[in-house]
Design a protein around this ligand. Structure first.
Ligand code: BGC
Length: 742
């Protein structure tokens, strides 16, 4: 039996090897036939007409250029019909090299899932993977080969609008999610009919833009780069990410797009990345604006030298590479290497065998109308809602309440629920597709419940004319639900905000409704952690609903009425005030920590505000309660080849079945460089029935406690470690410790 298994394994190995070899050989053979113009064409990517996701450049005759082999890829081109028509033109080119169609399929295609930050709040890796899987199934059926996702940038500044696209502040959680998303998009194996290539972006450190201002500079230590910002990229690579996108920002003075250290030294050499790197939108051309290249020709030189393979929308390669070669400023091998990487992916996707593989209209219709996808979006939606507050168990609500008033500017919205970076599939009406929160509520309650609605106010602006009507509705109700927050286009690319309070007079409206004395539940819709101190301190219950996608209303209804017990936890720290930003849980202790109960004079603190967050990382309530007990370590000493097994019992002590995300944090007490006060190093999401107990196990090994020292060597250092098991980063229930011995 064993022998047969070995033989099969060997055969599979041989097969995989010979396949690999065949693609390499095919790429080489094709490359030999290509003219220089055709080679450069493969590196050239243009925007199509669906929408421009960057500053529009003058259009040129795309059809002719495609026919002449001068274009390798298009973005923002949707649907089997449109992709087929472009591909047809590519098939008229001399070498019939198929086009690649790329698209920002960030959180769903037609079926929109929660924004990535919301999904991250679920800490549910299987659900997150499933979301990406379904997005890929729909997108690939619509002619798309490649998504510009996942965005794996660490986000520690909620002013930065793009935190909504990522997985939050933590490298450990961020890495797990990056891995899950890549696996979801790419499926079992690249080349599957329902898979798209993933693209880990934005390489690198884009999330650390100074002041949270989009596209801004990043200045950071190497150690911070390796320890916090690079791990999710490495995880995406380990999951097999086919492509990477570089970034708009400069890193320590060198634009990421022209950064050889990042793209060649780290990504392609040290990490052995075999896929290709696409620039961000015109980021090659923008190196001139940065003041790093004197003109676009030098920008092309810097980008290709640094390892940026495909040029998105700047035309710098198209217009300059030939001259740079003639002048012997660059070697043809640089161009060949980039072309080979791109062709390889086109072969892997099976496009040379059938360039229309992803252009089947029947499959498209079936994939875009699959009720299973809708069901999954609803489930993931409810898993992403964070219960921030629930005084006196106001939630879940009874379905038999006599009168509910639903108040706020977002109650009847459809499209807003899709969030930024969602796809408007041509011909699809969002009012039909998206379940509004109002409709979600209607779907839930029985016919004996009366629902009252009042808008109250707009999202922005000073107009309070609607307050009176809203107060009137509230007075008639047993319970008031309010839906407030940001508009979907207030977080996303180029949507940085200096003020992240709830906009307009919405919190004033909350105050006015609260004054009626009725029990108030507030739903907060946003793409980032917002500041909402009045609401947080006064109303009875708060659900942070982010932007949940096409099934938003149903997902919210499921949680409000207890059909789903909320289980999400914040993937980013919520500040009390904007002045605390950047704020994250894994800070260094400093020489003068501001600990509770100690003299705050001469402490690392503010004189006008507590340093602690409003809601900490990893925080979220449930309708039930969990007790943590029996923390056990298999031993309290280990050497660097050893392992410690940590077990802890979790019991559901409340009245509802529910899920808990059990978190393990470690602190390396003394290091050759200072270590954070705590670092997430393990988590598990478990489901417990009422009264049930489960044991959660974590394994600590050398890898887990290693870090980058001042020489950037990755390793562990002997000494004492604190071990903390908690329900959030600030709610540590059990503690122990261990020693790493030589
Ligand atoms: C964004 C990328 C995106 C690209 C294409 C850029 O502006 O930074 O994340 O993939 O546009 O839409």
């Amino acid at each position: 039996m064993k022998k047969i298994a070995t033989a099969i394994l060997l055969l599979a190995f041989f097969f995989a090897f010979s396949q690999q070899k065949t693609i390499d050989q095919k790429v080489d053979a094709l490359l030999k036939q290509m003219t220089l113009e055709e080679k450069i064409g493969q590196l050239n990517q243009y925007n199509d007409d669906w929408k421009a996701t960057g500053p529009v450049t003058v259009d040129n005759n795309k059809s002719d250029q495609i026919r002449n082999g001068q274009v390798g890829s298009l973005l923002n081109c949707l649907g089997t019909e449109r992709t087929r028509s472009w591909q047809k033109i590519a098939m008229e080119s001399r070498l019939k090299i198929p086009l690649l169609f790329g698209q920002d399929v960030i959180h769903g295609y037609k079926t929109t899932f929660p924004i990535p930050l919301a999904e991250a709040a679920s800490w549910d890796l299987e659900a997150i993977k499933k979301g990406a899987r379904i997005a890929a199934t729909e997108a690939s059926a619509s002619g798309i080969h490649w998504t510009f996702a996942p965005m794996v940038d660490i986000g520690r500044d909620p002013r930065w609008g793009r935190v909504m696209e990522g997985a939050g502040e933590d490298p450990y959680l961020g890495s797990k999610i990056a891995y899950a998303r890549v696996k979801g998009f790419q499926g079992e194996k690249l080349g599957g009919i329902d898979a798209v290539m993933a693209c880990a972006k934005h390489f690198a450190a884009y999330g650390a833009a100074v002041g949270g201002r989009d596209y801004n500079s990043v200045d950071m230590s190497e150690r911070m780069l390796w320890e916090v910002y690079l791990p999710p990229f490495k995880a995406a690579l380990d999951a097999g990410a086919a492509t990477f996108m570089n970034a708009f920002n400069d890193l320590n003075g060198i634009p990421a797009t022209g950064n050889k250290y990042l793209q060649r030294d780290i990504l392609k050499e040290k990490w052995g990345f075999e896929g290709f790197v696409v620039s961000d939108w015109n980021s090659i051309g923008e190196m001139q604006v940065h003041g790093y290249a004197k003109d676009r020709k030098e920008a092309a030189f810097l980008a290709i030298t640094a390892g940026s393979d495909m040029d998105m929308e700047s035309r710098c390669y198209k217009n300059n590479l030939e001259e740079l070669l003639k002048e012997k400023k660059i070697d043809i091998q640089l161009v060949d290497d980039a072309v080979k990487r791109i062709l390889h992916k086109k072969f892997e996707l099976g496009l040379f065998e059938d360039p229309y593989r992803f252009c089947n209209a029947e499959r498209e219709t079936a994939a875009l109308n699959n009720p299973e996808h809708v069901k999954a979006a609803r489930e993931i939606g409810s898993k992403s809602i964070v219960l921030l507050k629930n005084n006196n168990h106001l939630l879940p609500l009874s379905k038999d309440l006599k009168t509910i008033a639903f108040i706020g500017p977002l109650v009847k919205e459809h499209k807003q629920n899709k969030g930024f970076w969602s796809i408007d599939v041509p011909g699809v009406d969002d009012d039909q597709l998206v379940v509004s929160q109002w409709e979600g509520l209607q779907n839930k309650v029985g016919k004996n419940t009366k629902l009252l609605y009042a808008k109250g106010c707009e999202i922005e602006g000073e107009n309070r004319d609607g307050f009176a009507e809203a107060i009137e509705a509230a007075k008639q109700a047993d319970v008031v639900i309010m839906s407030i927050g940001e508009r979907a286009d207030m977080s996303g690319e180029a949507k940085s905000r200096s003020d992240i309070h709830i906009p307009g007079v919405q919190e004033e409206l909350v105050k006015a409704i609260q004054a009626t004395g009725k029990p108030v539940v507030v739903l907060i819709n946003a793409g980032r952690p917002l500041v909402f101190n009045y609401t947080a301190d006064n109303v009875q219950a708060i659900l942070y609903t982010w932007w949940l996608g096409t099934e938003a209303g149903n997902s919210i209804g499921d949680v409000l009425f207890g059909d789903v017990n909320p289980s999400a936890k914040t993937p980013m720290t919520f500040p009390r005030e904007i002045g605390q930003i950047p704020i994250y849980y894994s800070y260094f202790n400093t020489g003068r920590p501001a600990n509770k109960g100690t003299n705050l004079n001469y402490a690392s603190s503010y004189i006008d505000l507590s340093g602690s967050p409003k809601f900490p990382f990893g925080y979220g309530l449930s309708y039930t309660t969990f007790e943590y007990s029996d923390l056990k370590l298999s031993k309290n000493k280990m050497n660097n080849t050893g392992k410690i097994e940590v077990t802890v019992n979790i019991t559901n002590t409340g009245k509802y079945a529910g899920e808990e995300i059990v978190q393990m944090y470690l602190r390396d007490k003394v290091g050759s460089v200072v270590r954070p006060v705590k670092e997430l190093k393990g988590f598990e999401k478990i489901k417990l029935n009422v009264g049930e107990t489960k044991t959660v196990t974590f394994i600590i090994d050398n890898q887990l406690i290693s870090f980058y020292n001042s020489k950037l060597e990755f390793g562990s250092e002997p000494g004492d470690f604190d071990l903390m098991i908690g329900s959030s980063s600030a709610d540590i229930r059990l503690k122990d410790g261990f020693e790493l011995v030589k």
